[in-house]
Design a protein. Structure first.
Length: 307
């Protein structure tokens, strides 16, 4: 019970405070949500990814092991989401939004603080979380955007359009400068950190503004299916992979806990930017974040008990 209250106080409450600010601001001033989404995708997220990739010390072996787990985990989640979409007759853009809500989870502004809380700032555990965060962002801002653009533009134009995204070049720059140990002058590094620090707050404020526009109604079956898959099936699947490949210790704990995170805020950001069921995306993010106060606590307990 104490751990649940600690997670609610240190993780859930700050998230909902920022969302509430966005909610109130939109109700009072009617914010331009499309502009906020563009600011996130083309300005804040690239800065955040660049700073994280440049400043984190990650070994090749650790990256390879986390990448293997992540690729297998997300691939199976994708197959599960497609099967569920077919069973419940979700088509076109709704099917894509549904799959994205399951595959893309909040490994940044939720996953990083949870990791820090559970492992008490252990650098090895945090390195695992940063790799997951990096892979999630690469996946989200490549396949995630491609899957939405291809609905209207076709696969070729969507693929070419990805090379216009600043996120790609921010990732490449962060990795290359880190590997080459290139020193970044303070007049660039200081504003880069300011941009990175602003990303979480702005994404959550935008989500709150989206929530202010929601018109809740009955027939939210697709939302419930997404929540069950992301918060329950996801961690069970991750546990299965961990047991099959006999992973253990902090490595297994960190991967299992990271798999339990709620749907990514940025999945709602790109849904808004490309106008693909943004209400559905915002509802899934909001409800999964709320319910994760319970599910993440259970997964943390299980991780400590099993490994």
């Amino acid at each position: 019970m104490t751990e649940l209250l600690t997670i609610v106080r240190d993780i859930i409450l700050p998230v909902f405070i920022l969302m509430s600010i966005g909610f109130v601001l939109h109700k009072k001033f009617t914010l331009n949500i499309s502009t906020l989404a563009k600011m996130n995708i083309y300005f804040l997220v690239p800065g955040f990814i660049f700073v994280k990739l440049y400043s984190t010390d990650i070994s090749f072996q650790l990256f390879r092991n986390v990448f293997f787990f992540f690729a297998l985990f997300v691939l199976i989640l994708y197959v599960i989401s497609i099967l569920i979409a077919k069973i419940f007759k979700l088509e076109g853009g709704k099917k894509t939004a549904f799959s994205n809500s399951i595959m893309f989870y909040n490994s940044g502004n939720y996953g990083v603080p949870v990791n820090d809380l559970v492992f008490k700032s252990d650098p090895f555990a945090m390195s695992i979380q940063v790799i997951v965060l990096t892979l999630q962002n690469i996946f989200l801002f490549s396949y995630g955007i491609f899957s939405l653009q291809s609905l209207n533009k076709g696969k070729l134009r969507a693929a070419l359009g990805y090379f216009k995204m600043p996120v790609l070049y921010a990732m490449l720059a962060g990795i290359l400068l880190n590997v080459a140990s290139v020193s970044i002058p303070s007049f660039i590094w200081v504003p880069a950190n300011y941009i990175a620090d602003a990303m979480v707050a702005m994404a959550l404020v935008m989500l709150g503004a989206q929530v202010a526009e929601l018109r809740f109604k009955s027939g939210l079956l697709s939302v419930y299916l997404s929540l069950a898959t992301r918060l329950v099936i996801g961690p069970i699947l991750a546990l299965g992979i961990i047991l099959i490949f006999k992973l253990d210790g902090i490595f297994a704990q960190a991967l299992l806990i990271s798999s339990a995170m709620p749907t990514s805020v940025n999945s709602a950001v790109i849904a808004q930017e490309y106008d693909n069921h943004p209400n559905f995306a915002a509802q899934v993010v909001m409800f999964s974040t709320l319910l994760s106060a319970i599910t993440v606590t259970i997964v943390i307990y299980a991780a400590k008990l099993l490994f």
